[in-house]
Design a protein around this ligand. Structure first.
Ligand code: NA7
Length: 565
């Protein structure tokens, strides 16, 4: 830890309670860890959280079946040996209630709640050029200011509803029974037993929710427009003995995660796809399909991501698995994606998802054959018939990556709007800074390493780098920093270039900014949201910038500006 130096890093000594050295927006996985690093330095900081409590993703997503697709022990924070020693992950892929308990445990253990303010919706954040500060306006009417603004808004925190008659963009609909987006699943228990339930959407969320709801509902009707390629999660319990073994291996586990492109335990196969026989490849895929987690996606031949032939062969293998698992061959075909190959969109991991369609109480409506016309007071009208429901669940995804930014009126130097600058997609330096927006750092922002990796692994890298930059600022007495336009252009071009090699660039998923419910995000458009170079390469680049004393960033101090230095 660097010594707290100048410029407002002394404990709580702001000029008024509404003026902070640092404001963090968001108390999820990223905001919690960033606050830990600032508290450690005695920085006068606060975390503003829109929700009524901390946890971000794990606070909001309470739908049945919600759980990690990351191995739990690779998802936890790695910064504290004591924490690693104390926490017992009870399942290999832990469920939402436990994940939220974990984040609360971390916040309590490090006494971080004292810095957090809940039910705080930031409406606007304007950079005041003269004062060199950010000025925030909150929905509760308060005005706050800070020298440095750090966003920890989450990648998927702006849920979107289907753009169909009977539903408004804010989720209000004409349906008379309960209906909600999976992101807004209520905290109080929702009765599913004995109910006729509709789920719209078959992304990673829908796939988890459908399998869990199918076990309880009197009848579940799934409204699917495009199927996704899913693979088995193979969850299991972690006994106290196994947890002891994991604890003893933590250093190795985190080292391995740091070496892999995705930040997981799953390491790509180095042998070339074309250097082994079709039989060998099939044997490898059988093995991976039977193993827990993302192995079938991330511990596969690297060619599956950029070589059409390799991808088609793997897709055919997975399609056969779906055919084996689904009794009705017509349903099986409907569940097999025909418009994209395996792994070019986010692969949902599932627990008995395909078997759910063998249940007598579950049916599938193919929206490509019979599209939804409207939501009605009692159910859903398709082009073919009216379905009556007691509960409608919208698993219809998010305005990913930039959606949470768009909800806040960010204005940088000279009043420039971030929403205008990012109209056609994000433009950033390392996914953490934006030219024209001084003193703003976007933790796990678009085009950063976190977006395409096992999230907390990426977050720790980002938070460490941001904290290092802040130390540099304070140690040198700077009050303002801003990424150079050239460096920003170079980074964004690099991110775009990485896409050009990937089959993913043609896919309709949130990695490319696709969302049929938002103007300008429909099929055929592309946004360069994620960094595809892999976590090790990302870390090398950001370390290089830090080691070079941030040559790509312009720093200044008030005293120098005023000519009194
Ligand atoms: P996704 O992966 O964006 O999936 C959204 C799903 O909702 C997808 O199947 C969409 O079908 C469907 N959808 C969206 N709008 C409609 C309308 N209007 N009509 C019918 N179907 C619709 O979001 P998830 O929440 O599942 O997953 C997000 C991430 O959370 C995931 O990647 C993990 O990282 C965790 P479409 O593909 O548009 O045909």
């Amino acid at each position: 830890m660097a010594a707290a130096a100048t410029n407002g890093t002394s404990n709580g000594s702001a000029d008024s309670t509404n003026d902070y050295e640092v404001i963090i927006i968001g108390a999820g996985v990223a905001g919690i860890y960033q606050m830990y690093r600032l508290a450690e330095r005695g920085v006068h900081a606060t975390v503003l959280e829109m929700g009524s409590d901390l946890g971000g993703t794990w606070f909001w997503n309470r739908y049945p079946g919600c759980r990690f697709d990351s191995e739990s022990y690779t998802y936890g924070y790695s910064f504290s040996d004591e924490l690693l020693e104390e926490w017992h992950w009870k399942e290999r892929f832990s469920g939402q209630p436990e994940n939220l308990r974990y984040l609360n445990y971390v916040a309590e253990k490090f006494d971080l709640r004292q810095y957090m303010q809940f039910n705080c919706t930031v409406e606007s954040a304007h950079f005041d050029d003269e004062a060199g500060k950010w000025r925030l306006h909150l929905a509760d009417g308060r005005d706050l200011s800070c020298r440095f603004l750090l966003t920890a808004l989450g990648l998927l925190s702006a849920p979107t509803y289907p753009r169909i008659e009977g539903v408004d963009f804010d989720g209000t609909d004409v349906f008379e029974g309960p209906s909600f987006h999976t992101y807004h699943w209520p905290a109080e228990p929702v009765e599913i037993k004995g109910k006729r339930v509709a789920v719209i959407g078959t992304g990673a969320t829908g796939v988890q929710a459908i399998a869990a709801i199918g076990e309880q509902a009197e009848h579940l009707t799934v409204f699917q427009r495009r199927p996704n390629w899913c693979a088995p999660l193979h969850n299991s319990e972690i006994s106290p003995e196994e947890m002891s073994t994991i604890r003893a291996r933590y250093d190795d586990i985190f080292d391995l995660c740091a070496r892999t492109p995705g930040g997981f335990e799953h390491e790509p196969i180095r042998t070339g796809f074309h250097n082994v026989s079709a039989e060998e490849r099939r044997a490898m895929w059988e093995k991976l399909y039977g193993e827990p987690g993302f192995g079938i996606w991330m511990a596969n031949y690297r060619e599956i991501f950029f070589d059409e032939e390799a991808n088609a062969e793997l897709s055919a293998f997975i399609a056969d698995k779906i055919r084996e698992r689904v009794d009705d061959p017509v349903i099986a075909e409907k569940l097999i994606p025909k418009d994209h190959g395996f792994g070019v969109q986010r692969v949902p991991l599932e627990t008995h998802y395909y078997e759910t369609y063998n249940r007598p109480n579950v049916s599938l409506v193919d929206l490509q054959e019979t599209p939804i016309e409207r939501i009605t007071p009692t159910g859903i009208q398709t082009s073919d018939q009216h379905y009556e429901f007691d509960l409608i669940v919208y698993a219809t995804g998010f305005d990913a990556m930039t959606g949470a930014f768009d909800r806040i009126d960010f204005r940088g130097s000279g009043g420039q709007r971030l929403a205008d600058k990012w109209k056609d997609g994000p433009i950033t330096f390392l996914g953490m800074m934006v030219n024209g927006f001084p003193n703003l750092l976007t933790i796990a922002g678009p085009q950063s390493g976190s977006a395409s990796t096992n999230y907390p692994r990426g977050i720790e890298i980002g938070v460490e780098w941001i904290t290092g930059l802040m130390d540099f600022v304070w140690e040198n007495g700077y009050t303002r920093f801003e990424a150079d336009a050239d460096a920003e252009r170079e980074w964004t071009n690099h991110v775009i270039e990485m896409y050009s090699m990937m089959l993913m660039r043609k896919a309709q998923g949130w990695f490319t900014g696709y969302n049929s419910n938002i103007d300008g995000h429909e099929a055929g458009t592309i946004r360069y949201f994620v960094y595809n170079g892999g976590a090790p390469k990302y870390k090398r680049r950001i370390d290089e910038v830090a080691d070079g004393d941030y040559q790509e960033v312009a720093f200044s101090s008030e005293r120098a500006l005023a000519g009194t230095a």
